[in-house]
Design a protein. Sequence first.
Length: 164
Amino acid sequence: MLETLDKPVDAVITTAAGYPLDLTFYQAVKGITAASHIVKPGGKILLLAACEEGAGGPEFSGMLAEGLSDQGFMKKIGGAPVTVDQWQLEKLALVTTRAEVLYYVPGLPRGFHPALWGKVCATAEEAVKALTEGLERNSRIAVVPEGPYVLAQVGTATPKEAAA
């Protein structure tokens, strides 16, 4: 689905499109990257994902567990050979260096929480409150319930795109 907004929003609530795509954090990151195209620089993104099977594969889990900052991770991979599952953390780091990312990921083991480059909330209600805190009264919030299935963009839709 193609969605075009006239201007970037202040915040986005997104998911990984639910089961089975939100079974791991690795897959859930795709909802964040989709939302990143429509949030203004310095805006907020909230990811809601079950993550019932944890972080993901061993390579991804290992990189996440290293506990590097987003900038530290990007520095580490700069010029280094590509490793298995590096792509997802690289895409996440590109987002977290320009937007605040919040998480409600109840199935992700707590040991990974400090490595997520954003605030992890204990409940969905707490996560929504954290998202809206500090936003101005007339802030624009987009909801992208099927994150990876939506091509969200800012700009003017062409007549052909508007008809789709």
